[in-house]
Design a protein around this ligand. Structure first.
Ligand SMILES: Cc1cc2nc3c(=O)[nH]c(=O)nc-3n(C[C@H](O)[C@H](O)[C@H](O)COP(=O)(O)O)c2cc1C
Length: 184
């Protein structure tokens, strides 16, 4: 693409790395917990399995995560987008039982004390391993304890789990159905 380079506002460069899949991070216990959507999430190691998520220290979810040193990553389909977004607009400090408040169902995890969202297509349970201070967010590294999916969900096949991708603010998209196969 020709033309001059245009400098970006200091806060807007992050969206060069969007859209990104959104997962809901849940930390705490069945009685006291919080849950928040996070799009700054990624796999950090395959062996050993490590998941990384950048979380602002002010999040109530982070408070529970740091105290109990474990968390769940709940991956929901785009049909639950409204509930996902709701959980990202209010802190668990201001609403009780945030998952239920957002119209979803709480259930128990296999290994952690934190709730799992029953409507999830996929769940990753993780134990807090390390925290790297990045700036206004910390990078939380979690050792994957368990990872499981619903029947019909095939990791790496976007057609089998339509997760919302966060563009910015209240804007989302879904993965395109087009698959480009590159011949090496
Ligand atoms: C789509 C979406 C993605 C978000 N991604 C992140 C993220 O990666 N890290 C983060 O710290 N906050 C992120 N947030 C903001 C938190 O979800 C939001 O502040 C939430 O209300 C925190 O809830 P809590 O205080 O109960 O933990 C995101 C919000 C939305 C709507």
């Amino acid at each position: 693409m020709a033309g001059e380079w245009r400098s970006l506002e200091p806060r807007s460069w992050v969206y060069l790395l969007h859209p990104r899949p959104v997962a809901v991070i849940v930390a705490g216990t069945m009685e006291r917990y919080s849950a928040m959507p996070a799009s700054w999430i990624m796999p950090a190691s395959r062996d050993p399995p490590v998941v990384a998520v950048a979380i602002a220290r002010s999040r109530y979810t982070y408070h529970f995560l740091a105290r109990l040193r474990e968390f769940n990553v709940c991956i929901l389909g785009v049909d639950h987008l409204r509930s996902i977004h709701m959980m990202g607009t209010v802190s668990g400090r201001d609403v009780e039982d945030k998952i239920t408040w957002a119209g979803l169902t709480k259930t128990t995890a296999k290994r952690t004390k934190a709730p799992v969202i029953a409507e999830s297509l996929a769940v990753i349970e993780a134990a807090l391993d390390m925290v790297v201070e990045a700036g206004d967010h910390d990078i939380v590294l979690g050792k994957v304890l368990e990872a499981y999916v619903r029947e019909g969900v095939e990791p790496g096949d976007p057609a089998s789990y339509r997760v919302p991708l966060h563009i910015k603010r209240n804007m989302y998209t879904v993965p395109a159905k087009t698959v480009f196969r590159v011949q090496a």
